[in-house]
Each structure stands twice: as C-alpha cells, then as structure tokens.
Design a protein around this ligand. Structure first.
Ligand code: A2R
Length: 321
C-alpha cells in the first residue's frame, strides 16, 4: 500500500506520516520543495520516501505521481495560514486551488485510481449565527478570508471531480487542531513559544495576544490524523465530513491553562497587530456524520495537548539557546 502525503513537511503532514508508519505494509511517500525545512520529519526521514514537487507546477505534480502511483493520497499541501491570506490572497488562491486542480488533472491523465483525501477547513463556515451552533455540514458557507474561499474552492472541486470523473475524493472539514510542531504563528503555539522564551530568560515576562474572546473547537493533531486515516478507509467518496471535538473553548481559557502550567509571573498585553480584520467569534462543529460512520472520537484531552505543545517549545528553545 503506497500512501502519498502532499505537504509532508508541515504540521499535520509530519504527524500523519508518523501515524501511517504504525500501519502494517504501508509505504509512506511525501512531497517536498527544494527549500522546505525538514525539522518536522527529521526523525522519520529514513523511513519515508521524498519527492520534489511544487503543487503549483502541473509538470512537477504529474512526474511525481507517475513515480509514486499511490493507492491513498492525503492532499495537505497548502498556504495554510489565514492572516497570510489577507497579505497574499493571490498566492493563497493559486497554491490551494490551482495546486489541487494540478493534482486531480494528473490523476486523470495517468489513469490511476487512488482514494484522495482533501483537507478542507471549518474556516469555510466563516460567519456563523448563534442558532447554527454546533455547525453541521449543511450549514451555509459564509467565508471571511481569502483562505476560507480557497478551501471552499478545494472542497467544491473535490465534489465536482468526483461527480464529473468518478475520482474517489473524500473531503473533511477539520475544526481547529493543535499540538507539538504547530507553526509559531498559530494561536496556541504563539502563546506556548512566548511562555517558553520567558522561562528561558530570553524574553521580557509579557505575552502579547490578539482576540481572546473568540471561541474555538480544538482537537489534538494526533486525533485528527487518525481521523484522516479513517476517512480514506471508511468514508464515502463525494461526501464531506466535519471533524471536531464538538466543544468550544475561549482563547482566553487556553491562555489561562498554559499560564498555569508555568511557574513564572507573566503579564498579558493586547496587541492590535494580532487582531484579524474579520474574525469568526464562535466555531463549534457537529461531527456526528463522521463519528457514526467511522466510530472516531477524540482521545487526547486538551490539557495534554497544551502540555505537550508547551514542552515542545521548551525543548526547541533550550536547544536553540
Ligand atoms: O513550506 P514547505 O515547503 O515545507 O511545504 C508546505 C506545503 N506547501 C507546498 N507544497 C508543495 N507546493 C507548494 N506550492 C506548497 N505550498 C505549501 O504544505 C508544508 O509541507 C505544507 C503546509 O504545512 P503547514 O503550513 O504546517 O499546514 P498544516 O497545518 O499542516 O495544514 C495541512 C492542511 C492544509 O491544507 C491546511 O489548509 C489544512 O490542513 O487545514
């Protein structure tokens, strides 16, 4: 069984690769760009096979696929950060939308028949009304960022390529996920990194924060990658599935939990730069459809996720100093 992960060097890709390697008779292949950092996959590099591929380049995608001829494809490669999508909307749309078209077209051209998982996002729901919570898959999509628009396009292209050509595409809309190796620009990582730096004495005892009132539905990345595997094993091609914990928690509470895990005194300061132009206040997902089909439920409590994330940053900073 050959499994291809586009974006294997990323946060989710590296955890998914680790998870796939626990399965019997699975060979893990991943895409990498010539300037990709390999920090996240350093520890498994001898167990996976890497192919150079820029998803924006159709030739590159086709020649990589021709060599790998995968049975499962987890399509994770993307410009994944919402705030960057305001600064670089065209780049975000090109990478995420044209990149996926390149993948699907290469699959068609080569006449291969893999099951393809497309990692869509709860950001697609965007503006959500109070009476719509928890959000299920039928909710209206009201995107609030170029990133969200790009993910809606990925999502609908997945539907259209299944309907038009019968390509076995399964779409998931994961709600927030976090854990060790999450990029430092994401909220939990940015708090954890600042706390670790303060503990190491390399930063003033001040944590800078954005909108603390927003409420999000967090799942550990290790539970998410387990869900992605179940998606390709058990879900219906052409369908879309929410993946979520079903509980929302304020960013303020997350910060409080992280601060309680540290023994140093830390001041919290609001930073206008960290506020988004249009932020979604509450996101809480209903993943009943996915749970009933696969039996999945999250196993890792938030406390452990936060502790592991803080320890990851403590370790990273210790080795940098
Ligand atoms: O930046 P790199 O070279 O390490 O690769 C990133 C990859 N990527 C690309 N790969 C090929 N061609 C491109 N033009 C291209 N642009 C980006 O996507 C990296 O391996 C991955 C993104 O990793 P993260 O930013 O850590 O995202 P994360 O959190 O793992 O998200 C995975 C998926 C994305 O589709 C999100 O939109 C979705 O889950 O939520």
């Amino acid at each position: 069984m050959r499994v291809l992960i586009t974006g294997i060097t990323g946060f989710v890709g590296s955890h998914l690769a680790e998870y796939c390697l626990t399965k019997p008779d699975v060979e893990v292949y991943g895409t990498i760009r010539w300037r990709s950092k390999k920090d996240n996959i350093f520890h498994i590099e001898d167990k996976i096979k890497l192919y150079e591929c820029d998803i924006k380049d159709g030739v590159s995608v086709q020649s990589m696929l021709k060599k790998v001829r995968p049975h499962f494809i987890f399509h994770l490669a993307a410009q994944s950060f919402v705030p960057t999508s305001w600064h670089a909307p065209a780049e975000t749309l090109t990478t995420n939308i044209i990149g996926e078209v390149n993948l699907f077209e290469a699959v068609r051209d080569l006449g291969i028949d893999p099951i393809i998982h497309v990692a869509c996002s709860s950001e697609e729901y965007g503006l959500v009304h109070e009476d719509e919570i928890p959000i299920d898959e039928k909710n209206t999509l009201r995107p609030l960022s170029p990133y969200a628009v790009s993910k809606i396009a990925q999502d609908f292209l997945g539907y259209q390529y299944y309907k038009s050509y019968g390509i076995r595409i399964i779409r998931t809309r994961a709600f927030n996920h976090t854990g060790p190796r999450r990029g430092e620009v994401f909220v939990v990582s940015t708090f954890a990194k600042q706390i670790a730096e303060i503990e190491a004495g390399t930063k003033n005892p001040v944590v800078r924060v954005g909108n603390l009132n927003a409420k999000r539905d967090f799942t550990d990345v290790r539970d998410i990658v387990r869900a992605y595997w179940l998606a390709v094993e058990k879900c219906e091609p052409g369908e879309v599935y929410n993946i979520s914990s079903g509980k929302s928690i304020s960013i303020e509470k997350i910060l409080k939990m992280l601060l309680e895990m540290s023994e140093v005194d830390i001041e919290v300061v609001k930073d206008a730069e960290r506020m988004r132009p249009s932020d979604v206040e509450v996101l809480e997902g209903d993943s009943t459809k996915f749970r009933e089909l696969t039996g999945w439920e999250p196993e890792i409590p938030l406390e452990k996720t936060l502790e592991d994330t803080l320890n990851y940053w403590r370790d990273k900073i210790k080795h940098r100093v």
